[in-house]
Each structure stands twice: as C-alpha cells, then as structure tokens.
Design a protein around this ligand. Structure first.
Ligand SMILES: [Zn+2]
Length: 421
C-alpha cells in the first residue's frame, strides 16, 4: 500500500513520509492542528455581510478584529516556537473565500500564514483539507485549491485529491533511514468533508469516500498476520473540517461544547426552543454539532476500521474530546482566528477561551496524547491520553441514563394510572 499512488474510490494513497527528528532527545511525532483561521485579504479592514445579515458592515479596527491577519500570524509564530511540531495540519476555513475579489488572492493570503512555518529550522511541513468557507462565494473553485499542495513546505506535493492517506515516521540524523517504525508510525487520513448545502445544511460526507475507506481498511484487516505487521501503526488518525453527525448529543470528556449558547446568542435557535433554552438544556439537546443532516455512515466505517480519533474544526465554540462509547474519539481543534467569523461576526458572544491550536503527540510505547495550546502555552485541563479507557465509561454512563429514563417513564405511567382511578 505504501508504494502505490492509486486512487481507491477517490482516496489517493501516498508514499510513506519519513520526518527528521527536530527536538533533542524527543522522537515523538507532534502534530499541530490549526483550524478556521478565516483569513481575509490582508489589505481589508471592513467586511460587508450578506442580505441575511442586512448587509451590516463589520469594522475590523473598531470591532477589535484582526486587520492584515497580523494577530493570526503572530499566534502561529508563537505556537510554532512553543510546540515545535513535526507537522501542521490546517483543517479548513483557512482562507475565507467570501471577501476576496481576485482569483489568485487565496494564494497570497495563504502564503502569509505558511511563512512562519518556512522560517523555522528545519522548515515545518504542513498539509491542508478544505472547509465550507475556503471556496465559499470565492472567485476561485474548490478544485483550484488543489494547487495548495504545490506551495512550499507542503508534506504531500503529489496530492491530486483532498482525500488521501499516508503514513508518517520519524528518525534522527544518526538513525539509518530504514523501516517505518510501527511504535511511532502514524497513519493519517485527510478528507474533504464538503461545503454548504441548501437543504442538508452541509454536504453529506461523500459516499464514495466512505466506501473507499471501508475497502482500504478491510483490505488491511483481511491480510495474513505476517503481512498485517507491515501496516501496523501506533496511531491511526483522520483530519477533516465538518464534524460527523455523531458529534452531536455527547458529553465532552475534556473541553467544551458552547455551540448552543453561541447560536442562542446570535438569535438563530428556531422557535419555540429559543424561548425555553432551559428545557433544551434539561433534555440534553444543547449538545449540538454543526453537521450535515444526512448521515453517510462514515462514523460506522471509522469504527469498523479501528480509527483512533477524528480531528475537525468548523464549530468555533467547541473544542472538546468526546466518545460515543466506542472508538474513534471525536475531537475538535481550537479555533485559530481573530477574524469576524470566529465569533459569528460578534453575534455568537465572546469566545469562551483564547484562540489556539490542538497538539497531538505520538510517542513510543505511550498512548497518544492531545491538548490545546494558546499564546500562553499548554492548557493543562485540556490534556487527555487517547488510550481507549474512556469509551467503556461513556458506554456505562449512557446505559445508566437510558435505564433511568425507562424507569422514570414507568413510574410516571403507574402514577398516572393510579390518579386516573
Ligand atoms: Zn469556520
């Protein structure tokens, strides 16, 4: 699988990437996820919103945003200094297409944000998956953005599809660059989760990609044991922009889900629920995610493929790690933006924390760790080991809750029968 560059149902299989160790005495692989930067043309200081927002004008200076994307660039520089990642993954909504007018201005804007990565020694490789706004109302197409993989520092310049997979390994200068070490080797799946959709809110996760993923992972599962060893990895991770529908309705293990509060604050909760948010919270229906209303079965495919965790962005007000009682862990990044869409143009209320990024560390003989980094350093409370131990706890908790609801309904029925007598 490592040697071919075929497209299996739309998923491109790329060669193994061997990274050179950059931190002294540390052979772990560190990935930094940056998301939802919403970079505007650097010269722009105002943004006229669409008809659905009464063409309101947002003033970057007066409203405290980020003219020239300068704060975002400084944040990236600081995160690079503190984390020293081996790879940066931009998980969508990096360049916001809406305010741009020139068909190549995504390139000049994106180049500004990768410049700090090119200034580290050695340079920090990066990759990208598109969000729903990278080509939204833009003078370029989504396909034009495939040229992003040709920009300096990209780890996968042979990419011809936003949907692709490869393994990453690490070696020091002294090591002979030999086999991919299965104790730290990491498989990455990068997916295009689609754009906005007029009836299902967002595109459903593409069906051919779900099938391609099923085909590829089943092929590995079906291999004889000796060959299976060749494909063994320490971590199997997927990065894309829009959360799967399964992100809804779960309790964060660490981090927060503040999306309902933000939507409430922006007056976008439909009636009658906006008049009784306490009831929504009581029923646990406030644990929402901005997913497509169509479920393509990707979560089930990832579960069967034994994926460790998914990493998404998109919701800006959520940064949690959650579980449905089974792998994979469902994880958000931390919004990396000071631009107007970061707080729904001021309508979503203050972000509950500082912008930042999510770090994923894959270390020999240790479970994969992840945490949030901001300009102030790592957030201690956000740290979690993705060792699988949480799934059973979550499963037991949800069974208890179901039993409690069934017992409560039975008690209420018995009482009502008694009163009716
Ligand atoms: Zn976004």
């Amino acid at each position: 699988m490592e040697d071919s560059e075929d497209l299996i149902s739309g998923i491109q299989i790329l060669e193994h990437v061997q990274l050179l160790q950059r931190r002294k005495d540390d052979k772990s692989i560190r990935i930094l996820q940056l998301t939802d930067m919403h970079l505007f043309p650097p010269h722009q200081t105002t943004w006229k919103l669409g008809a659905n927002k009464q063409h309101r004008v947002v003033d970057f200076v007066k409203d405290g945003y980020d003219p020239g994307n300068k704060k975002a660039i400084l944040l990236v520089q600081t995160l690079l200094q503190n984390v020293q990642p081996d790879l940066v993954i931009f998980t969508g909504d990096i360049v916001d297409g809406r305010p741009h007018t020139k068909d190549d201005s995504w390139q000049t804007t994106f180049k500004d944000i990768i410049q700090p990565l090119l200034e580290t020694t050695p340079i920090t490789p990066w990759t990208f998956c598109p969000g729903n706004h990278d080509d939204d109302d833009a003078p370029w197409t989504r396909n034009d953005l495939l040229e992003i993989f040709q920009l300096p520092g990209c780890i996968s310049p042979k990419c011809q599809s936003f949907n692709h997979t490869y393994t990453l390994g690490i070696h020091s200068k002294e090591d002979s660059i030999s086999q991919n070490d299965p104790t730290t080797s990491t498989r990455l799946w990068i997916f295009d989760s689609g754009g906005n959709h007029p009836t299902t809110r967002y595109d459903p996760f593409p069906k051919n990609i779900v099938n391609g993923y099923k085909q590829l992972t089943q092929a590995i599962i079906d291999l004889p044991d000796d060959l299976k060893e060749k494909f063994k990895v320490a971590a199997d991770l997927a990065f894309f922009h829009i959360p799967l529908p399964e992100y809804s309705g779960i309790d964060p293990i660490v981090g927060e889900n503040n999306l309902f509060n933000a939507i409430l604050s922006s007056n976008s909760v439909p009636s009658p629920w906006k008049f009784c948010p306490w009831l929504v919270r009581c029923l646990g229906k406030d644990k929402i995610a901005g997913s497509s209303t169509i479920n393509s079965g990707m979560f089930e495919a990832l579960r069967k493929g034994k994926l460790l965790a998914t990493f998404v962005g998109h919701d800006h007000y959520s940064d949690y790690v959650g579980s449905r009682g089974t792998a994979p862990y469902m994880t958000y990044g931390r919004v990396t933006s000071y631009a107007p869409p970061s707080n729904f143009e001021g309508n979503g209320g203050k972000l509950p924390w500082k912008p930042g990024g999510r770090v994923v560390r894959i270390e020999k003989n240790t479970a994969v760790a992840t945490w949030i980094e901001t300009i102030d350093g790592p957030e201690k409370k956000s740290r979690i080991m993705l060792d699988g131990s949480h799934h059973e706890m979550v499963w037991v908790k949800s069974r208890r809750r179901q039993t409690f609801i069934v017992v409560l309904i039975m008690v209420l029925m018995i009482l009502s029968l008694y009163w009716l007598k």
